[in-house]
Ligand binder design. Structure first.
Ligand SMILES: Cc1ncc(COP(=O)(O)O)c(C=O)c1O
Length: 410
């Protein structure tokens, strides 16, 4: 193999046309025939494409059981799961200001937009440098008499420090909403995320580790909270209630039975996929540690299973002859290894939040975020589908990184 980098005209480590990376979702003809068609047919011929949503409820309960939670309510998205979960946890009706919610300043925009959509204001805080999840110290320091909830994100699949965050929440009488959009099946001390706070919110959007193209689910162990979330999604109705009886004000966030059917068939495959991602990630991390310069994801001791929605690394330009992260990413991509810098700025620097801050400064508080700034400048991510590959795929990654390191450091 040529040592000239592919970006300089050399032969790439991987020819992605001849050997494409595993795609997502990993649909097959066999699954379509044997699993998906029968469940779609059941919905279609059963004439229950919407209410009373028996398949959606079956999936909600199956997903809750998988995560060891008492109740699961299917939703149209992760965003609406957070909004409904927050409203239900705080018993908000959306008519008045809901109070302030603390979120990490390094996450997807929906972690911020969902609370704003139910009239909560935000405080955005720094992250822990190891897991890139909400820092408990920064969270506690941000609490004021306006604070009503904290919203940790299990970013990339690494569970946040739930013991510390739950302790802070109970000390200050706050609700805890877990954003689990990137952490299906991740475990904190042997317990799946999603049932560790008052409510957990999941996304089944097309990139997620369990998907139906679009979709979401909220989980809780609290029956009253479940009933309020139910009302939020189903025009104020209560579970098992009359069709034209609306004890609360609510909206229509109901979901299609077809999507629930697909999720029901995919859920049993989740653990096997998680195992494979974890095995490949462990191999990759060991190899990257040996090469040096690209710091692999580190686990805190409370992690008993990583969700690996993202494989998040930190780039050290000194180890690569002072070349910038962008130069490294371009070189790695040219070698046939897809990668991305990930979130490149704190959420408070994104147009969506900046506009809100400009127009309504009282709605957004940005706390000091040195760790967020550092990781935004140095992160490189592989996406979860790559971790569904085989040993040779992982070796391709390691070979390409080592090749670039030799060339850059020469
Ligand atoms: C951390 C996080 N929270 C929330 C969401 C929102 O999920 P959805 O796109 O299903 O609304 C996402 C989805 O990308 C996410 O990554």
């Amino acid at each position: 193999m040529s040592e000239t980098l592919a970006i300089d005209g050399g032969v790439p480590v991987r020819d992605t046309e001849a050997s494409p990376w595993p795609t997502w979702p990993d649909n097959t003809e066999r699954e379509w025939e044997e699993e998906i068609v029968p469940i779609l047919k059941e919905v279609y011929l059963g004439q229950t494409e919407g209410l009373p949503a028996p398949v959606g409820h079956r999936f909600g309960q199956a997903f809750a059981a998988y995560c060891d939670a008492a109740y699961g309510v299917m939703m149209p998205s992760g965003t609406t799961s957070i909004a409904a979960g927050l409203s239900a946890a705080l018993d908000l009706d959306g008519m008045v200001d809901g109070g302030e919610v603390i979120i990490p300043n390094y996450t997807f925009i929906a972690t911020a937009s969902a609370p704003l959509s139910v009239r909560c204001s935000l405080a955005l805080v720094d992250i822990d440098p190891v897991s890139f999840t909400m820092s408990p110290e920064a969270t506690e320091a941000a609490i004021t008499d306006q604070t009503v909830a904290i919203l940790p994100v299990h970013l990339g699949g690494h569970p946040a420090d739930m013991d510390a965050l739950n302790e802070i929440a109970s000390k200050h009488n706050l609700k805890v909403i877990e954003d689990c959009a990137q952490a299906h099946g991740a475990e904190h001390k042997g317990r799946k995320v999603g049932s560790l706070g008052h409510v957990g919110a999941f996304s089944f959007q097309s990139s997620k580790n369990l998907t139906s193209g679009e979709g979401g689910c909220l989980l809780t162990n609290d029956r009253d909270l479940r009933d309020r979330a139910w009302a939020f999604r189903d025009v104020g109705r209560r579970p098992g209630g009359e069709r034209w009886e609306y004890p609360r004000l609510g909206w229509n966030y109901r979901t299609s039975e077809y999507l629930a059917g697909i999720l029901l068939k995919r859920l049993p495959k989740l653990e096997t996929q998680i195992d494979l991602r974890n095995k490949n990630a462990a191999y990759l991390s060991k190899g990257l540690d040996e090469i040096g310069g690209l710091e692999p994801p580190r686990w805190h001791p409370w992690v008993t299973q990583h969700g690996y929605h993202l494989y998040m690394m930190r780039y050290n330009s000194e180890a690569f002859g002072g070349k910038t992260r962008d130069e490294f990413i371009a070189a790695l991509q040219a070698e046939g290894i897809p990668c991305t810098p990930g979130y490149q700025r704190p959420l408070t620097d994104e147009g969506g939040l900046k506009t809100v801050m400009d127009r309504h400064p009282h709605l957004i508080r940005r706390l000091p975020c040195p760790q967020v700034e550092a990781i935004c400048a140095s992160s490189i991510w592989f996406l979860q589908n790559m971790l569904l590959g085989d040993r040779e795929d992982m070796d391709n990654i390691l070979t390409a990184v080592a090749k670039i390191k030799r060339a850059f450091a020469a």
